[in-house]
Write a protein that binds this ligand. Structure first.
Ligand code: UTP
Length: 298
C-alpha cells in the first residue's frame, strides 16, 4: 500500500491509431517502440513510480498483444534463462506487472466511441478516490515523472480535476483541449473553462491539455450522461467542462518534455531525444548529422 491519495490509473488503449497506419494495422499504437521500449511500458513505469496501486487498461479485443506485453511471461523468461540470457529475462521480469485482480485489470471497449467513453468503461474497476488517466501515446520524459508531480500538486479543495497542460502555438490549439485560464499560481493554472479542439481564432488561450489527468470520481456519473461532441465522439473534455462549477479545474505545468507519439513527427523526435542521451548511438547520430548540411550545399 502506497498511502497515495490517487490509487488507480486508467490507461485508455482501445483507439484505432489511424494517424499511424499502416504501422498500426496489426500492431497496437501503444506497442510501438521508442528505440526498444513500447509506449505502454513508459506509461506503466510512470504510474508505478507515482505509487499507483491498481492499473486499469481499457483495451479492444483486437489489441490482445497489449495484455501479453503487460503481464509477466514466465515461459519466455525460462526459455531465455535456458539460453543463458539471464539479464534480459530479469529485465522482462521487472518491467512486467505481476499482481492479480487487485493490481491489474483489463476491460474492453468494444467500439472506439471516444476517450470519455473509454474512461467510463473503467468505472466498475477503480478504487475509491480520485483517478489518474494516462494516455500512453503522450510520452512525457524528464522531471520527477509527470504523474508523480501531479499527485504532489493535487488538492481537491482547490480543483477536483487536474489536467497536464503546456503552451502551444495558437494554430495548434485546434488539435487539443484548451483551457480558459482565470489565474495562475505557481505551476497551477486555475481554469474557468475548457474547450475541445477550438478554432484557433477563438481559442480561449494557448494552454493545451495533454495526456495526463487526475479526475474527481464525479467524472463517472457525468460521463454516463455525456452526449457525443467533437468528431461524434464522447469527449472527456466535455465531461470535465460540465462540472467545473462544482468540482473545479486546474491545469498543471509539468517539468518534463512531452512528445506526441501518436504522430510520426512526435515519435521521431522522441526517438532522437533518447538516442542523443545514449552513447551507444553516438556513431549513428554522427553518421546522420552531417547529411542535412551536405544536402543543403548541393
Ligand atoms: P487518440 O485519439 O490519440 O488515439 O486517443 P486514436 O484514436 O487511437 O488515434 P488516431 O487519432 O486515430 O490516430 C488517445 C488515447 O485514447 C485511446 C487511444 O487508444 C489512445 O491511447 N482511445 C481513444 C480509446 O481507448 N478509446 C477511444 O475511443 C479513443
Amino acid at each position: 500500500m502506497s498511502g497515495n491519495k490517487v490509487k488507480t490509473a486508467i490507461f485508455p488503449v482501445a483507439g484505432m491509431g489511424t494517424r499511424f497506419l499502416p504501422a498500426t494495422k496489426a500492431v497496437p499504437k501503444e506497442l510501438l517502440s521508442v528505440i526498444d521500449t513500447p509506449l505502454i511500458q513508459f506509461a506503466i513505469d510512470e504510474a508505478r513510480a507515482a505509487g499507483i496501486e491498481r492499473m486499469v487498461f481499457v483495451s479492444h479485443p483486437s489489441k490482445s498483444a497489449i495484455e501479453r506485453h503487460v503481464r509477466d511471461d514466465a515461459g519466455l523468461r525460462a526459455s531465455l534463462c535456458a539460453k543463458g540470457k539471464h539479464d534480459i529475462a530479469a529485465q522482462l521480469e521487472s518491467a512486467a506487472l505481476h499482481g492479480g485482480d487487485d493490481a491489474v485489470r483489463f476491460v474492453m471497449q468494444d467500439k472506439p466511441l471516444g476517450l470519455g467513453h473509454a474512461v467510463s468503461c473503467a468505472r466498475d474497476h477503480v478504487l475509491d478516490g480520485p483517478v489518474a488517466v494516462i494516455l500512453p501515446d503522450d510520452l512525457i520524459l524528464g522531471g520527477r515523472g509527470c504523474l508523480t508531480e501531479m499527485i504532489a500538486a493535487y488538492d481537491p479543495s482547490v480543483a477536483g480535476h487536474l489536467v497536464a497542460t503546456m503552451e502551444v502555438a495558437r494554430e495548434e490549439t485546434k488539435s487539443y483541449g484548451v483551457l480558459d485560464v482565470a489565474d495562475t499560481v505557481g505551476d497551477l493554472l486555475h481554469a474557468r473553462g475548457i474547450v475541445e479542439k477550438p478554432d484557433p481564432k477563438v481559442a480561449p488561450s494557448c494552454f493545451a491539455v495533454v495526456g495526463r489527468y487526475i479526475l474527481d470520481p464525479a467524472i463517472f456519473a457525468r460521463l454516463a450522461h455525456q452526449t457525443p461532441g467533437a468528431g461524434g465522439e464522447i469527449q472527456l473534455t466535455d465531461a470535465i467542462a460540465h462540472d467545473i462549477g462544482t468540482v473545479g479545474l486546474a491545469g498543471f505545468g509539468f517539468a518534463g518534455t512531452r512528445f506526441d507519439c501518436g504522430s510520426k513527427a512526435g515519435m521521431l523526435r522522441a526517438t532522437l531525444h533518447l538516442a542523443m542521451q545514449d552513447p551507444e548511438f553516438d556513431d549513428v547520430l554522427a553518421e546522420i548529422a552531417p547529411r542535412p548540411l551536405a544536402m543543403a550545399a548541393e
